[in-house]
Design a protein around this ligand. Structure first.
Ligand code: NAP
Length: 356
């Protein structure tokens, strides 16, 4: 006899539909003032971690955010392991780190889009220094295309390989070293985790995956492994200069990068100077802050999304879809506000690999 599918939610679920939100709302309302005071006290009592002589691994250290985070730790007297693919760029960053006060800087050329690359990068750093105190997961790539326009679908995986699996495997190999020192993970996520800006579908998904993975790891690993997830808004870097993967699977040329920045959705938000972002992110990590949205005004978008999803999506649609949007107007106004990377820059490190 065929079983009739039970479509009712059941008594317990129906009860929880009402009881759970009310309980949580009341709990949040009652505890918020206490938590606010507690956070303030904690902020005053908790001295930021002293990073002098601590061993810090930074992935994606050859440019942009990773480069500036390396400079921050260098200024704090940390010993550094800088990881990325472009060796010459890493050497230049290493030199600047030494100049800023890092007592020892190791460069580790590695492709973090592969599991072997992640393992070798972490193990080389651990072997060189004999310990790891902090691992900053930052290496990432982006694309600009509409999902439907993509001709080369292999690129989807390559984005996840670096942005998600690169973080996961580096964390996997780093954890045993961090356990020994009481060290920490610092995760560069993005506001893309909660702002589904068009033309960035796979990128946005990779950032949402990173967020959920490391929140789960936070619970599994417990307080012995502090995890700081920071979520930058738009920050000046090679990526936001227009170095992205295109719908046909190629990396953009400098000229294409310049053109792309005229697209709606690319550059509506104010651009944060990279050193300011790096300083705020490292400050959050040193205080073992669980999550930091930088700058914090982006949190209001998170609230809007939670409490009024219809208005949230309508606002994004108004901002980004079509030709005559505020995003497009902002783009036109900014014109060449960004400096595009040179063609030579674009060719380095296999950035035009798929074309050659
Ligand atoms: N810029 C923003 O507005 C913004 C906002 C939020 C979050 N983020 C995130 O910040 C991180 C850094 O990006 P960015 O903006 O600073 O861009 P960027 O200047 O393009 O830096 C990306 C870094 O990742 C490295 N990288 C890329 N693929 C790699 C691979 N397969 N193996 C090893 N390293 C690799 C690059 O080094 P090589 O090319 O030398 O390998 C470079 O050092 C990314 O995770 C990005 O998603 C950026």
């Amino acid at each position: 006899m065929m079983e009739v599918e039970d479509t009712s939610l059941g008594f317990t679920n129906r009860l929880l539909n009402v009881v759970a939100p009310v309980t949580i709302f009341v709990t949040v309302a009652v505890t918020s003032p206490v938590l606010l005071v507690w956070r303030g006290v904690k902020q005053l009592a908790n001295r930021p971690l002293d990073m002098r002589d601590k061993v810090v691994v930074v992935t994606g250290a050859s440019s942009g955010i990773g480069m500036h985070i390396s400079y921050q730790y260098a200024g704090l007297g940390s010993r550094l392991a800088l990881v990325a693919r472009r060796e010459e760029k890493l050497d230049a960053v290493a030199e600047e780190c030494r100049r800023r006060g890092a007592p020892d800087v190791l460069t580790v050329p590695a492709d973090l889009g592969t599991q072997d690359g992640c393992r070798e990068a972490v193990e080389q750093a651990a072997k060189h220094y004999g310990r790891l105190d902090c691992v900053v997961l930052n290496a990432g790539v982006a694309h600009i295309y509409k999902f439907e326009e993509v001709q080369e679908t292999e690129g989807f995986r390559s984005i996840m390989d670096v942005n998600f699996w690169g973080y996961v495997f580096c964390a996997k190999y780093a954890l045993k070293h961090l356990r020994q020192t009481g060290g920490q993970l610092v995760v560069n996520d993005s506001i893309a985790e909660f702002v589904p800006e068009p033309n960035l579908s796979i990128y946005n998904a990779s950032k949402a995956a990173v967020s959920q993975f490391f929140e789960t790891l936070r619970l599994e690993a417990g307080p012995g492994i502090p995890i700081t997830i920071f979520q930058p808004g738009v920050v000046k870097s090679e990526m936001t200069d227009g170095k992205v993967i295109l719908a046909d699977g190629r990396w953009s040329s400098a000229e294409e990068g310049r053109e792309l920045r005229k697209e709606p959705g690319f550059g509506l938000f104010p651009v944060l100077p990279t050193p300011a972002l790096a300083k705020a992110a490292v400050a959050a990590a040193r205080r073992k802050t669980m999550r930091a949205v930088i700058p914090s005004w982006y949190k209001s978008m998170l609230f809007l999304r939670l409490f009024s999803p219809e208005l949230f999506m309508a606002s994004l649609s108004w901002l980004f879809r079509g030709d005559r949007t505020p995003a497009k107007a902002a783009q036109d106004k900014m014109g060449g506000g960004f400096k595009a990377p040179s063609d030579a820059d674009m060719r380095e490190g296999g950035y035009r690999k798929s074309e050659e």
